[in-house]
Ligand binder design. Structure first.
Ligand SMILES: Cc1cc2nc3c(=O)[nH]c(=O)nc-3n(C[C@H](O)[C@H](O)[C@H](O)COP(=O)(O)O)c2cc1C
Length: 346
C-alpha cells in the first residue's frame, strides 16, 4: 500500500472523495492532518471561488491534499479555467482527482505543473484511456459506490479486470469500502489504496446536512438504490442514493422548488429532482433531496471526527493484515518524510 502513499506523500493511502457540497476545506484538512488524503470538491465553482477555497485549505493544513473536478459538468474552456485557478493558488502538495476523463490538454497541463493526476474510471476501456492520457493512478469505481456511477460493474469484478490490464499504475479502490478490512481485501484484488465518500459524509467536519449524516449512520446497504431521479444539474448518469420519497416512486411529483441552499455566500432555490445534496446551509424538504450513499453505509455507525475515522481505518487495516488491536501503531518514516503503516504479523 505504500506505492500510492509515496506518490501522494501521505501517511496512509486512504483518500476522502471530493463530494460536491460535502467535501469542504474543513473536512479535507482534517483528513490530511490525520495522515490520509483529504480532497476538496470544486464541482461547479468559479475560478474566484476556487482561489478562496484553496486559501481556506492552506490556512488549515500544510499536508498534501487533493482537489476534485468533474469534466462532464463543465465546458472544456470552463474546466481549463478551473484547473488554471487551482494551479495559480497551489502553494503546497496538491493532487488532482477527476470524475471521468478530462481532455488530453488538461492532463498535459497538470503533469507539466508536476501535480499527481488521478482519474476515476468505471470500466476497462476508460482505464486504458486514462493511462494513455497520463494518469499517475486510477481510481476504480465499483457500482457499490455512493453518488454518480461511471460504470455498472461491482468493485470485486472490476478491480481484478483493471489489474489484469497490466498498466503499471497504482489502483485505488472506490465503492463499498468503509473499513481497513475492506481495503485489505481489495488489496488482494490489486488495490494500493482506497477512496471513500460515504464514510466521510458522516464525519463531523463534513458539510452534509445533519439529517443526511443521521440517515447514512442508520442505513444498511438495502436502504440504498441506484436511480436516475436526481437529474437536474447533472444529467445522464445513474446514481446511488438513500431510498426516499423521490428515489424510485416519486417521478410523478411536480418539479417545484423544495429547498434553499447557500453556496459561496449566494442563496439558490433547489428544485425537486435536483442533483444538489442537502448541506448544513440547506433549509426545506431535506428528505426529498438527493442523499448520495454507497452500500458501505452498513459499516458506518456514528458521526465521528475525521481524524478518528482515519485512525480507526488504519488500525482495522493493521488488524486485518495480522496486527493486534492493542499494540501501538508502528510508523516508520520514509526518506521523503511520509509515514508508512506496514503490514504486521502478530
Ligand atoms: C455524497 C457524495 C457526493 C459525491 N460527489 C462526488 C463529486 O463531487 N465528485 C466525484 O468525483 N465523486 C463524487 N462522489 C463519488 C465518489 O467519488 C466515489 O465514487 C464514491 O463515494 C465511492 O463510494 P462510497 O461512497 O461507497 O465510498 C460522491 C459520493 C458521495 C457519497
Amino acid at each position: 500500500v505504500d506505492r500510492l502513499a509515496r506518490l501522494l506523500g501521505l501517511s496512509f493511502p486512504l483518500l476522502q472523495a471530493g463530494m460536491g457540497g460535502v467535501a469542504v476545506p474543513r473536512l479535507a484538512a482534517a483528513v490530511s492532518e490525520a495522515g490520509g488524503g483529504g480532497v476538496v470538491a470544486l464541482y461547479k465553482h468559479s475560478p474566484d471561488e476556487i482561489a478562496a477555497l484553496l486559501a481556506d485549505l492552506r490556512a488549515r493544513t500544510a499536508r498534501p491534499c487533493g482537489v476534485n473536478l468533474i469534466p462532464e459538468l463543465r465546458t472544456a474552456e470552463a474546466l481549463h479555467a478551473q484547473v488554471a485557478a487551482v494551479l495559480g493558488a497551489a502553494q503546497h502538495d496538491l493532487f488532482f482527482t477527476f470524475f471521468g476523463l478530462p481532455d488530453a490538454a488538461v492532463c498535459r497541463t497538470i503533469r507539466r505543473a508536476g501535480h499527481p493526476l488521478l482519474i476515476q474510471i468505471g470500466d476497462a476501456v476508460e482505464a486504458r484511456e486514462a493511462f494513455v492520457r497520463g494518469a499517475d493512478a486510477l481510481i476504480v469505481q465499483g457500482s457499490e459506490a455512493g453518488g454518480h456511477h461511471l460504470g455498472t460493474t461491482s468493485l470485486h469484478r472490476l478491480l481484478p479486470e483493471v489489474r489484469d490490464l497490466d498498466l503499471g499504475l497504482p489502483l485505488v479502490a472506490s465503492g463499498g469500502i468503509a473499513t481497513g478490512g475492506d481495503l485489505f481485501r481489495a488489496q488482494h484484488a490489486g488495490a494500493s489504496g482506497a477512496l471513500c465518500g460515504t464514510l466521510f459524509v458522516a464525519a463531523r467536519e463534513s458539510a452534509a446536512h445533519a439529517r443526511f449524516k443521521q440517515r447514512v449512520v442508520g442505513a444498511s446497504a438495502g436502504d440504498t438504490c441506484i436511480t436516475r431521479a436526481f437529474e437536474i444539474g447533472w444529467p445522464g448518469r445513474p446514481h446511488r442514493v438513500l431510498r426516499g420519497p423521490l428515489a424510485g416512486a416519486g417521478e410523478a411529483l411536480p418539479r417545484a422548488f423544495i429547498a434553499r441552499t447557500t453556496i459561496a455566500g449566494k442563496t439558490y432555490p433547489i428544485a425537486r429532482f435536483s442533483a444538489a445534496v442537502p448541506t448544513e446551509s440547506t433549509e426545506g424538504r431535506i428528505d426529498e433531496m438527493a442523499m448520495y450513499c454507497g452500500t458501505s453505509c452498513a459499516s458506518i455507525h456514528g458521526v465521528l471526527p475525521a481524524a478518528e475515522i482515519v485512525h480507526r481505518f488504519i488500525r482495522e487495516y493493521q488488524i486485518a493484515s495480522g496486527g493486534s488491536p492493542e499494540a501501538p501503531i508502528e510508523v516508520p518514516m520514509l526518506d521523503n518524510g511520509c509515514v508508512v503503516y506496514p503490514r504486521r504479523s502478530s
